[in-house]
Design a binder for this molecule. Sequence first.
Ligand SMILES: [Zn+2]
Length: 448
Amino acid sequence: MRIVVRNGPAHSLAELTEEEAAALRAWYGDSASSGEKAIALAVIRRAKVMNGWIECDCLTCQSQPLLAPIRQEHTYSLRRLTSMDRDPFRQKERPNHTSTCPFHVDKDATPALLDRRYHIRPLRKSDRSYIDALPALPDRLADVANHDINRSPERSDRPSKLGGILWRLLDDAGVNVVPPLQDDHDLTLRNQLSRLRASAKKLRVLRTWSFNALLSTWAADYWTPESRWQRLLETSRPDWPGTLRRTGFMLLFAKSVSAQAIMPASSSRPIDVLGKVRQPLRGDPARRGPYLCLLNVDFGDDDEGSVRAIQAYAQPVYNGDTLFPVESGFERDVSHLLFWLQASLLEGVPDLRIKITKPLFAAETPLGPCRPDFVLEAVYTDHRPATLIVEAFGMETEEYREAKDKTMPRIKHLGPIFSISPEDLVEANAQATARRLQDWVIGNARHG
Ligand SMILES: [Zn+2]
């Protein structure tokens, strides 16, 4: 490997030693010792100082894959400069690494970064109206594409700050609540986005700038410097204190996400994310989308460049009309059953009002905090409202199940529990499950 001139890789600036090259590969492949990590950091820092790129040597052909050193505050990392598009010319110019090289770009095959440990969400913090402008990248030497999620516990032992902002916004806007069908409401993407915007107006990033003013919900704005959003971000420049980096946000509905990119539904171009796309860890990754994504942008290391997506949180949602948050494909199936339940009971028992909530934050119980999967509030005529819990036991990891087992006694404090497993929703059982659920809800509501 060698350090080459940025944008002119034919010109070499420095050769790397075998040891340095091995350290870079080990770091990127997540198998580095702390000694190797220190060497990798020194190499990346050196390439950054020289304003060069690092050229890999894993191919036998003439042009080798390139890596750009990145500095983000105190974090150093490498960006793989392989061609993302199908342009054959660029592909020749920017070839992918050989498949055995740790830097090889496996298009969309790596999982997005998962919220692994944080199964139990925090209680909602007080209603302070300021939100963090730019969540810092967590490590000094950025953690890299990590194929084995069991090896990155330190990375996700706290919830993503962007995730926290997104949950707060969804919670404030009530997008995680489907009110009783007896009340008229309009579940369309446009309407849900305008509710989210109204909530974003009440959150501040700076004294003079609301979250809403720095937020775009239109993917094309990312590539349009003349867009109103980018012009506002430019206008905001003098209002940022020296300690904060100028930041903007995008809230986008996306059909799919990968480890480092978001595919907005309204655009054919993916948005590449410098850090990692985070999402909740539940169920089959292939069935998790679509998503509502919150990402934040800056303007390069010197604040003078073009918009650059830094981090993103991808919250799976039921669909693009409701934006109702779910945690997995299986929870989407359970939501579907609950929406059916609501509609069927409106017809069968018109005096029974059902409200469906997907809790985004933990609830307090005498035994400690817990977060049920779904909460139904059933009100039958003038009876007391009944709080009913629906738990989705999907194809979870052992670890998740253990965490869940621990919180089940707490959840029982909130109300009676109806458990649904994938087996209950297979074709042969779905109808019986639906009936059972109907009877259970009616019974509990009448005795409330
Ligand atoms: Zn390589």
